[in-house]
Design a protein. Structure first.
Length: 143
């Protein structure tokens, strides 16, 4: 006869293997990204409360074209030294001015970017990998 405990163990092993295979495929694809995709750059600027700064810089450059150091652009992708609450308030303000997306994802992304030593092509993947695993577990539980 089939043992229900053994079946649930096999099922759990199968779900774990599927999630790990998905993470491996996503990791492989993320490893091939050489530059940060444009959509991710905009998300990072929203999450780090630098979208207004970016728009002001673009406006200034249109009025007076000049080269800017790479550091200026990179700084837009990193959270500033301000406390998380101030950063979140600025993020919500930026979204109201320039975008229509709800702020929860950007709050999460801000937390991830604060925890990482640098912003790179894999930063967005890392923040989404957590949701990938949690969604897989949730869907398994719902099924």
């Amino acid at each position: 006869m089939n043992n229900p405990q053994a079946l649930s163990g096999k099922t759990l092993l199968l779900v774990t293997m599927i999630l790990l295979a998905g993470l491996a495929a996503r990791s492989y694809k993320a490893g091939q990204i050489e530059k940060i995709p444009h959509d991710d750059v905009i998300s990072y600027m929203v999450a780090t409360a630098h979208l207004d700064d970016y728009h002001q810089t673009i406006s200034d450059l249109q009025a007076e074209p000049r080269w800017l150091e790479n550091r200026v652009w990179r700084d837009y992708l990193r959270p500033g030294p301000e406390p998380m609450a101030a950063s979140l308030a600025e993020t919500i303000h930026n979204l109201q001015q320039h975008d229509i997306h709800p702020p929860v994802y950007f709050l999460w992304l801000n937390l991830v970017l604060r925890a990482l030593p640098d912003t790179g092509p894999w930063s967005g993947w890392l923040s989404n990998a957590v949701f990938y695993v949690l969604n897989g577990i949730l869907l398994f539980q719902l099924g």
